[in-house]
Design a protein around this ligand. Structure first.
Ligand SMILES: [Zn+2]
Length: 145
């Protein structure tokens, strides 16, 4: 996983400088406040999800270590469970990183700019998906890789 880009201590820019896509209305203070709340809620939710997933994993590993002589079918199903928990934890971690990155950009006044092409991500997209740090076109390109 690439390390998060370090942007240093950028002085806080006025929030009204967040870009919008062509034809969109400028951000209002309420909309900005909503995004901030959503990002914070996202971060809290992901942290919680990771905790839960990791607690579940710890349990499963414990069960697994006691599993000598068990029915192979049992072992198989708990391995499956473990894989699921692991990918759940992994997903949450990725989402958490996204949310934290978006929040950092937000706080530094660079929110809403596509990290790949530098174009505005667009207010419509950000309101649906506040964690987005890529515009739709770049996101689709990334997913096709
Ligand atoms: Zn882009």
């Amino acid at each position: 996983m690439p390390a998060a880009k370090h942007r240093g201590a950028t002085p806080k820019a006025p929030v009204s400088t967040f870009p919008v896509a062509e034809g969109e209305d400028p951000w209002t203070a309420e909309e900005i406040a909503e995004i901030r709340e959503e990002l914070k809620a996202d971060i809290a939710r992901m942290e919680r999800a990771i905790e839960v997933a990791e607690a579940g994993l710890a349990d499963l590993f414990e069960e697994g270590s006691e599993g000598a002589g068990r029915d192979p079918a049992d072992v198989g199903s708990s391995n499956f469970e473990r894989d699921q928990e692991m990918s759940l934890a992994q997903n949450s971690r990725e989402m958490l990183e996204q949310a934290q990155q978006a929040y950092r950009l937000f706080e530094s006044g660079n929110y809403g700019v596509c990290e790949a092409c530098g174009q505005p991500i667009g207010k419509d997209r950000l309101q649906v998906f506040p964690r987005a740090t890529l515009c739709v076109a770049c996101k689709q390109r990334e997913e096709r890789r």
